[in-house]
Design a protein around this ligand. Structure first.
Ligand SMILES: [Zn+2]
Ligand SMILES: [Zn+2]
Length: 281
């Protein structure tokens, strides 16, 4: 069975123009058993490059999902959110999750010192090795704070935009050695991040956005997924990070094999913030 997609963006996200209904119709066409919307809520996203804020109207979001559910009762919908975590938005994030009955909350690092690694100036400022390690440092700070989330999103998001990997996508062997070196360089801090998540009862996700970006791996890389499992982690959710309907459940056919290879026998969905586990096969 194809698992459900638990990381899905719609036009409620500032960087998507895809109607919620289009994602739902695509999910039905693919035969997904259910769908969890997780639009972006990035408080205090710097407006240097974007004139609009990365926020959505929460009440409208809940009522739009409820209306869609009434129109299409045959596919269960869940209401999630992807929170952009950073030090100065803890009160806003806690106020949001404390006041609305979300099913699922993803916490993600999108900004490092208020710059998204998506932009070349991030890499100009830090260099490649420094840019990657700074990302993990900030991620560790975020997981050590008291944010209220269920899983950490795309734990090695920074690699999506890393210039060396971008340049090496055509030469698989170069990219593989880079991934290996990179993991070895940052293994200690990655383990610390994962241990902190495990001790707080939080999971990570397998995000197939990395495969869509041409990394040849999900986010995070299988080495990180395996390390999480080896350290005792059991909560892993599945998501495509689709911003367009054609990317919904992207490469999900590859997911069972990846999970099994990394030591997992179950994957997790969140219903009303409670983990529900499903066997992989
Ligand atoms: Zn994200
Ligand atoms: Zn996302």
């Amino acid at each position: 069975m194809i698992p459900s997609d638990n990381h899905v963006h719609t036009s409620f996200s500032t960087d998507s123009t895809t109607p919620m209904e289009a994602q739902l119709l695509r999910a039905k066409a693919l035969g997904l058993p259910s769908l969890c919307f997780t639009d972006h809520m990035d408080y205090k996203f710097p407006s240097r490059r974007r004139a609009v804020e990365f926020l959505f109207p929460v009440d409208k979001y809940f009522s739009a999902i409820q209306k869609l559910q009434e129109k299409y009762p045959d596919i269960p919908l869940r209401t999630g959110v992807e929170l952009g975590l950073k030090r100065d938005v803890l009160p806003q994030c806690l106020a949001l999750t404390g006041s609305h009955p979300f099913d699922f909350v993803i916490g993600s690092t999108h900004l490092v010192d208020d710059i998204d690694p998506y932009y070349p100036e991030y890499w100009e400022a830090h260099g490649e090795t420094g840019g990657i390690s700074r990302y993990y440092q900030v991620t560790l700070e975020n997981v050590q704070m008291d944010f209220d989330f269920d899983v950490y999103g795309h734990l090695d998001y920074v690699l999506r935009y890393c210039p060396a990997i971008k340049a090496a996508r055509e030469t698989e062997s170069v990219a593989e050695s880079f991934f290996h070196q990179n993991f070895e360089n940052n293994k200690e801090i990655i383990a610390e991040i994962l241990q902190c998540l495990i001790s707080r009862g939080k999971g990570i996700e397998l995000n197939t956005g990395g495969l869509k970006y041409g990394l040849g791996h999900p986010n995070p890389h299988e080495a990180i997924l395996s390390l999480y499992r080896d350290l005792g982690g059991e909560i892993i959710t599945l998501g495509s990070d689709a911003h367009q309907e054609q990317h919904l459940a992207y490469d999900f056919a590859k997911v069972p094999e990846i999970l099994l290879r990394c030591g997992f026998s179950c994957y997790t969905e969140f219903h009303r913030r409670r983990p529900v586990q499903f066997p992989i096969i």
